[in-house]
Design a protein around this ligand. Structure first.
Ligand SMILES: [Zn+2]
Ligand SMILES: [Zn+2]
Length: 285
C-alpha cells in the first residue's frame, strides 16, 4: 500500500534502501513460508518452542528496557555489564545497533508527526510500521546521536553489531543441533531465530504505527501518540504510548500498578537487586 500522504508535495523520501529491504524480505519470507513448511514436513519440538518463547522475552526486553528506556530516555542507571547484557539481547532483535535505534527514537520524540520524524505516522500505517525502513534517511541528524556516542558500551555494541546478530542466530541453530542433529538445528533456527525475529520486529513496529493511529489520549494531545493496552501485551508494556510521550523519562510506560508493563517490573526488580538505580518517575502524573 502506498501511504496516501506520500503524494503530498512537501513530503520527501530518500533513495530505496535495498539492503534493509532485502533483509526484511528474507526474514518475512522465512517466517511466512519457511516456518509453516517445516511444521508441515517435520514439526517443531518442545525445545524449539521454549527457545522461541525465551528469545522473544529476552530480545523484546532488550529493546524495551535496554534500547528504549535505558539508552534513548535514560530513565534509570545501571552498571556497564548490565547495560552490555541489555544491548546484546537488544542486538539479537535485528533492529539495528542501539546507537542508530536510540538516535532515531530521540528524533521521533523531538519531531513527532513532522517530516523529520523517522517513522512519521502522518504518512499512514504502513510507512510508520515498516515502510520507513525501505528508504534511506535524508533527515538523519548527528545531534541526536552525540550524547549516545559518549557511552563506551554503546560504541562497543555498534562496532560489534554484526557478530552480535550472528551469535544470536547461531545460538538457535546450535541448541537445536545438539538436541536433534541437522534437522533439529534447522527447526530451532527457523522458529526461534527467523520466526521470533519476525514476531519481535512487528510487535515493535506496532508501537510506531498502531500507537500513533488508534487508541485513547488520556494524558495529552500534543502529538498523535495513543495508549493501547492490547499492544502492551506483546511489547512488554510499551503500548501505553500516550503516557510515554507525555512523560518520556519515566521508567514506567504504564504508571498504574494494574497496567501490564513487564519492562517496568523488570527495572523495578533490578533496582531491588542492586542492578539498577536512579529510577525516574513523574510525580503525580
Ligand atoms: Zn511514539
Ligand atoms: Zn520513547
Amino acid at each position: 500500500m502506498t501511504p496516501a500522504s506520500m503524494s503530498s508535495p512537501q513530503l520527501k523520501r530518500g533513495a530505496p534502501n535495498y539492503v534493509t529491504a532485502l533483509l526484511f524480505g528474507l526474514v518475512t519470507l522465512g517466517a511466512v513460508i519457511g516456518v509453516p513448511a517445516f511444521a508441515y514436513f517435520y514439526g517443531y519440538t518442545w525445545l524449539d518452542w521454549t527457545m522461541f518463547g525465551l528469545l522473544y522475552v529476552m530480545t523484546g526486553l532488550g529493546i524495551t528496557v535496554g534500547y528504549h528506556r535505558l539508552m534513548a530516555h535514560r530513565s534509570f542507571d545501571c552498571p556497564n555489564w548490565v547495560k552490555a547484557g541489555f544491548l546484546i539481547a537488544g542486538g539479537w532483535a535485528l533492529e539495528n545497533s542501539a546507537l542508530k535505534w536510540a538516535a532515531d527514537h530521540i528524533r521521533h520524540h523531538a519531531n513527532c508527526d513532522q517530516e523529520t520524524d523517522p517513522y512519521n505516522a502522518q504518512r499512514g500505517f504502513w510507512y510508520s510500521h515498516c515502510g520507513w525502513l525501505f528508504f534511506k534517511d535524508i533527515n538523519a541528524n548527528e545531534k541526536y546521536a552525540s550524547r549516545l556516542r559518549q557511552d563506551p558500551v554503546v560504541i562497543w555494541q555498534h562496532r560489534y553489531y554484526l557478530p552480535i546478530v550472528l551469535s544470536g542466530l547461531a545460538l538457535t541453530f546450535v541448541v537445536g543441533f545438539l538436541h536433534n542433529g541437522w534437522i533439529g538445528g534447522l527447526g530451532c533456527f527457523l522458529l526461534a531465530g527467523v520466526g521470533r525475529t519476525f514476531a519481535v520486529l512487528n510487535s515493535t513496529f506496532c508501537i510506531n504505527s498502531i500507537c500513533h493511529l488508534w487508541g485513547r489520549q488520556p494524558h495529552g494531545q500534543a502529538d498523535s501518540s495513543r495508549d493501547s493496552w492490547l499492544v502492551s501485551l506483546v511489547t512488554f508494556g510499551e503500548g501505553y504510548h500516550n503516557y510515554h510521550h507525555t512523560h518520556q523519562s519515566d521508567y514506567r510506560n504504564g504508571p498504574r500498578w494494574y497496567n501490564f508493563d513487564p519492562s517496568k517490573w523488570l527495572i523495578f526488580t533490578f533496582s531491588k537487586l542492586g542492578l539498577a538505580s536512579s529510577l525516574r518517575t513523574t510525580p503525580n502524573a
